[in-house]
Design a protein around this ligand. Sequence first.
Ligand SMILES: CC(C)(COP(=O)(O)OP(=O)(O)OC[C@H]1O[C@@H](n2cnc3c(N)ncnc32)[C@H](O)[C@@H]1OP(=O)(O)O)[C@@H](O)C(=O)NCCC(=O)NCCS
Length: 174
Amino acid sequence: MTTIRPSEPADVEGMFDVVNAAAVAYKGVIPADRWHEPYMPRDELQHEIEAGVAFWVAEEDGRLLGIMGIQDRGDVALVRHAYVAPNLQRKGVGTMLLHHVQALVNKPVLIGTWADASWAIAFYRRNGFLLVPDEIKNALLRKYWSIPARQVETSVVLADGRWMKDHGSAPSAG
Ligand SMILES: CC(C)(COP(=O)(O)OP(=O)(O)OC[C@H]1O[C@@H](n2cnc3c(N)ncnc32)[C@H](O)[C@@H]1OP(=O)(O)O)[C@@H](O)C(=O)NCCC(=O)NCCS
């Protein structure tokens, strides 16, 4: 049975492996100047934990299947760093993690991802998120995320129904 639990310090090595195996999907898809290997070095993962990203892991028989983080940013919560081991994708693990972290917060939820990661956008849309219009997304990325300007340009933001309702925002067709 798959269980979802908070990550522990002892998980960091397994999390590092899952993130960087899954992130290979970005290679050749996201802008070349944003790709590096490993995609998320250990110190960056550690920095994200210290910066308040609460990571949850999906586990089965002691094996780490996937991870997802949720970060409180005041009036919104961000879903951060969603990764499922490549051979276990499209089996519902990501959806389990997403439902779990969404249920932890009682505020609008935003997600940022690469504009070219069509599969990730499909995953979030399938789970009820909508693309925020282009003219708003850069301001959101600058306000709530700490990412380089180049990543702002090349990313999109998806929002849950609550954020869309609060902002009277018509979703983007993209
Ligand atoms: C995005 C991700 C976390 C989703 O987790 P998952 O366990 O694969 O997702 P689920 O099984 O719960 O949902 C599957 C749905 O997600 C979308 N999806 C996931 N992987 C996909 C792929 N390779 N191609 C197209 N759609 C995909 C589809 O809508 C799919 O539904 P379908 O199989 O009926 O077409 C996972 O695929 C992953 O780690 N991808 C690589 C890293 C990444 O892009 N992370 C997102 C960071 S924001």
